[in-house]
Ligand binder design. Sequence first.
Ligand code: ADP
Length: 434
Amino acid sequence: MFESSSILIAVIACGLGIALASWRHRRRLRLACADPGSARRLLAEVSKLHDRFQDERDSRSEEQVLARRIAEERATRFERMFTSFDDPILVLDRHGEVVEANPAALAVAKLDPQSCVVDAVHPRPLSMLISNQVAAKEIHALSRNVVDGGPEGLRRSVFELAEEGSVPSTRAFEAVIRALDANGRTLVILHETTREREMARLKSEFVAKASHELRTPLSSIRASLEMLSDGELQNLEQRTEFLGIAMEETDRLAKLVNDMLDISCIEAGVARPRVSCVDLGTIANEVVDGLRAAAERKSVDLRIHAESGLVVDGDPEMLAAVIGNLVGNGLKYVPEGERVTVTVDAEDLTRSVVVTVTDTGLGIPPEDIDRLFEKFYRIKRYERIARGTGLGLNLCRNIVEQVHQGRIGVDSRLGEGARFWFSVPASHPASMAA
Ligand code: ADP
């Protein structure tokens, strides 16, 4: 009752208001008709008002058009950024379903972007995009967690994805989960850490192997010094023998440390090669001359066929070290009475100079051949034949490939000797072809 009477009062008040306004309007018009001057003024006023109104309307619609255009451009820019990111990115809705996935995320899930649409109309379960079901569940739970934790929430999760193929492997990822908006949506960025993990593994493997290699000569030096200092060695001959061992092991230690330093300098890109025009034939002859005595001691027939005038731009010391290593290995690993032959030739096809060290020794077992140039790699069954560190060939590869942009390799069959070779671009390739 009270309600209906107040509505009635409001209606009456409204009616009275309209009636009053129209009476005023009619009165002004009547006055204007009675006085032509006042009519003109009124018309001018009305037209001014009309113009102002029109201007305001125009500028407002211009602003709206501009704002719409800016919004569209921003949306396009974000879309482009989203699709061009190398890191897989997912947007989850508040139910934990995927409503956006960039091409990188579809690629990780091995989904075809042409046929698999992921958007708010076609949300997909997270398990479809992350094949590791345990990881998918955890990311789902963490994303709920982030939403409950407020807008600043952030969670991380690490997981692996199995990769099928001829050699099955795994890819490692770190998922960073952030709250996206007030509707409970979250952003999941997957950062691949496979390479970082592999680098960390290689680094710790290197440290472990290096420490092991350093420990052997160190304990030998210590044992020799202990014998000498204990005064247990009465005669001079014994003392000389143990001093000799200590000296030999010290040299071994120094070589090991130098090789490690050289390799790490080259790998880190801080090696400073002294490059000049180098005649590889001359260098090979010098190296072979220096190793003749060692070859004779082992009754190995050491030969060289080196053309002269085969010039490359390189560091003579480094290139001599490569040849020395390859010839030295030949002498170390071939049985007595075998042959080691060094050749230096021009290779017109690749416009480079090729150095080959061929031996008639034991050859390389097929299972070892691909790993021969790795750091610290030694063939198990030859470890008793000669001592070594397993760094020589790796240093050779670094010098040839990283410093001289050349190539290095080995061909061998078990029991049929080995042929180690390396090639370096010639200094004057034009003259080679002539
Ligand atoms: P090191 O000789 O100090 O062990 P290298 O890196 O020079 O280290 O060589 C790695 C391994 O390759 C050697 O330990 C050896 O097993 C094998 N190897 C190298 N040269 C020959 C060769 N001419 N014949 C047979 N095996 C070789």
